[in-house]
Write a protein that binds this ligand. Structure first.
Ligand SMILES: O=C(O)c1ccccc1NCC(=O)[C@H](O)[C@H](O)COP(=O)(O)O
Length: 203
């Protein structure tokens, strides 16, 4: 069964809706974004997240000190590197990790293959911010020998296209932010619907 992550959560009611619907991971954005949360806010949201649901912190080019502080304070289970962080830097930080690869074309797929992190998240390139653009990239680029067992697919997913993404790519997990929002805010019914469609789909 493909796992599901809801990213960019900012309000307790939406965390609770995701948990009740069977979410596997929730994401809190600490990078520049309209979805950015403060550490104290994420700490409060984390109180509604049960042990079996992963809490993922999204960062863009943060320092080691910022990463370690957030990881311990919230606390987080995994750090998502959404910027230009090098493999050496990620290894030096030494926390459970997801490296994001923005897929513009076939050349970027090499980075997916070579990622040494626990998970690799493939996303559409950012527009205003590094992620959460709501744009889809060409999933057909994800053919061939790729680490599907630790791959997370993101970028413009919603309840209407996530089934196709799963069937085409067969990733470990799918990730959504814009596709479960209405008027720029998360929406509990869209969250429930997205999770329902993913859970229905056998992988
Ligand atoms: O969501 C953001 O605003 C964001 C800003 C800066 C870096 C990363 C960000 N989001 C990370 C995610 O994991 C999103 O879920 C992913 O980019 C997909 O977003 P969407 O296309 O909106 O579903």
């Amino acid at each position: 069964m493909t796992k599901v992550k809801i990213c960019g959560l900012m309000e307790t009611e939406h965390v609770e809706a995701a948990v009740e619907a069977g979410v596997d991971a929730v994401g809190f954005v600490f990078a520049p974004s309209r979805r950015r949360v403060a550490i104290a806010q994420a700490k409060e949201l984390a109180r509604s997240v049960p042990e079996h649901v992963l809490k993922i912190g999204v960062f863009v080019n943060a320092t080691v000190e910022e990463l370690v502080f957030a990881y311990r304070e919230v606390p987080l289970d995994i750090v998502q590197y959404h910027g230009e962080e090098s493999a050496e830097f990620i290894q030096r930080v030494g926390l459970p990790s997801i490296k994001v690869v923005a897929v513009r074309g076939a050349d970027d797929v090499m980075d997916v293959r070579e990622a040494k992190t626990d998970f690799v998240l493939v996303d559409a390139p950012g527009i205003e911010f590094k992620g959460g653009s709501g744009k889809v990239f060409d999933w057909s680029l994800l053919k061939g020998e790729l680490p599907k067992e630790r791959m997370i697919v993101a970028g413009g997913l919603h309840a209407g296209n996530v089934r196709d993404a799963i069937r085409q790519v067969r990733p470990f997990m799918v990730d959504v932010s814009s596709g479960v929002e209405k008027d720029g805010r998360k929406d509990a019914s869209l969250i429930r619907e997205f999770i329902r469609v993913v859970k229905e789909e056998e992988s």
